[in-house]
Design a protein around this ligand. Structure first.
Ligand code: NI
Length: 216
């Protein structure tokens, strides 16, 4: 395994961050090495997620390591359903020194393949997993969280060292339901269980986890 350099927005080689990544056809040995390297890279950063374009590989592969679930890789992932809105704070390993506030979905359903090529479906709700899934899958579509900010006032520089104490704050919720009614109930993936139940009724929920602002 190896730690690979992370592409930084505004630095040479950052064009890959803005590309639509390609689907993976064959999960061969080189892809397995890539996934292992992505895990090592995100742990070293440290962060909670990483997408392959962030290390210069324009493929639809993400890894996520959050407290809620065992670390996992997701190939050719797409968000198939999402609902609700919540106001969160996040950062990105490719945009060091900043974090921003934006809306993310409350509930997210994602489908893709695990690293063995088996189809998986993940449901997450109102937690860091849901946020990380949206953030990392956005990367595979060339989208960065700064594209989702309501304005420049929602982007903040952070002090060096402050990133180690990160947080997601959910301060408001507007229910915007995008889910089709009566849709079949989805199976959760083994090892990737549903996120914690919604707790948005709690005023100014503050959820502290390591390195959250460097989400990926
Ligand atoms: Ni990121």
């Amino acid at each position: 395994m190896a730690i690979r350099p992370i592409r930084i927005l505004g630095e040479p080689g950052d064009d890959v961050l803005r590309q639509q990544a390609q689907a993976v056809d064959l999960l061969d040995g080189s892809i397995q090495v890539l996934i292992d390297d992505m895990f090592e890279t995100v742990r070293a950063a440290p962060g909670v997620g990483l997408a392959a374009p962030q290390i210069g590989v324009p493929l639809r592969i993400v890894v996520i390591e959050v407290p809620e679930v065992p670390a996992f890789a997701l190939i050719n992932a797409e968000v198939v359903r999402h609902s609700g809105r919540r106001w969160v704070e996040e950062g990105c390993l490719s945009i060091p020194g900043y974090r921003g506030e934006l809306f993310r979905s409350v509930k997210v359903t994602v489908k893709g393949l695990d690293r063995q090529g088996r189809p998986i479906r993940i449901r997450a709700g109102d937690d860091l997993l849901a946020q990380a899934l949206e953030h990392e899958i956005d990367h595979t579509n060339g989208l960065l969280y700064i594209d989702l900010l309501g304005g420049p006032e929602h982007l903040h520089g952070i002090e060096r060292g402050e990133a180690a104490v990160a947080e997601v704050e959910s301060e408001s919720q507007e229910t915007v339901d995008h889910e089709p009614r009566g849709a079949a109930r989805q199976q959760t993936t083994r090892g990737v269980r549903r996120g914690v139940p919604p707790r948005l009724m709690t005023a100014r929920l503050r959820l502290r986890t390591p390195a959250l602002s460097k989400s990926g």
